[in-house]
Design a protein around this ligand. Sequence first.
Ligand code: SF4
Length: 285
Amino acid sequence: MARSSPLTPIDHDRDSAGMTYVYPVVSRRAGGVSVGINLNPNNACNWACVYCQVPDLTRGAAPEIDLAQLEAELRAMLADLLHGDFMQARVPEGARRLNDIALSGNGEPTSARAFPQIIDLIGRVMADFELSGKIKLVLITNGSLADRPRVRDGLQKMAALNGEVWFKFDSATAAGLRAINQTRNSPDKQFERLATAARLCPTWLQTCVFALDGTPPSDAEQAAYLAAVKRIRREGIPVQGVLLYGLARPSMQPQAGRLSALPADWLEAWAEKIRAAGLPVKVSP
Ligand code: SF4
């Protein structure tokens, strides 16, 4: 799924490196470069979040991934970043370091059938570039497939690679999942998938909040979210915390005109309520 992340890309064009699967994200704010891996060059996702930044988003899964091409692209990108002139030529001073490799593309990455083989491939390349244990491997996912055996397998492999999962968690109600993510997934099933992911690999909740038709999340929405946070704590599910986002970049979906950013103090107040319910929160307006 698309990164709605603390990175403020100054070069986030997935075609900028002329590659199919691999693209650089340069961030002044995060003080470094992230190597993005897009397993959905077909812009296909099984969800259709109203704030999604993917243009021409379609419903569907990742296509068959050409693993040899992916590996060649990743090696070429890392060679350019670590041994070439990419940093000098394209990255502002103060951000000339490699932060992470992130599976974050134009759709749901875990819908790639070869997901566990792709994690193996990334691990092999990281080892060859002596990056193992030095940078993070981040998976940005809607989590809807986290109970599939091949996805569980991939998550377990990620844990051994300093992996981190950013698990989309915008709403804990069926109505919210329908309205925000346009999915009929049940909140209970999603909660179980979250627990599965968190037990396999360090996992953060990734939550986007905004006003829809001028209205912030309702009291019932907020209560359900906080109840889910308390349940995470009560059941000892090892979630690391919440990455809380506002509307950082414009939606590319038909609902874009109905969305608006909430004031920074609303976000801060919401973060405080989540903290009081038991999880650490990092806010990115
Ligand atoms: S999960 Fe949502 S935000 Fe992510 S790619 Fe799919 S539709 Fe877009």
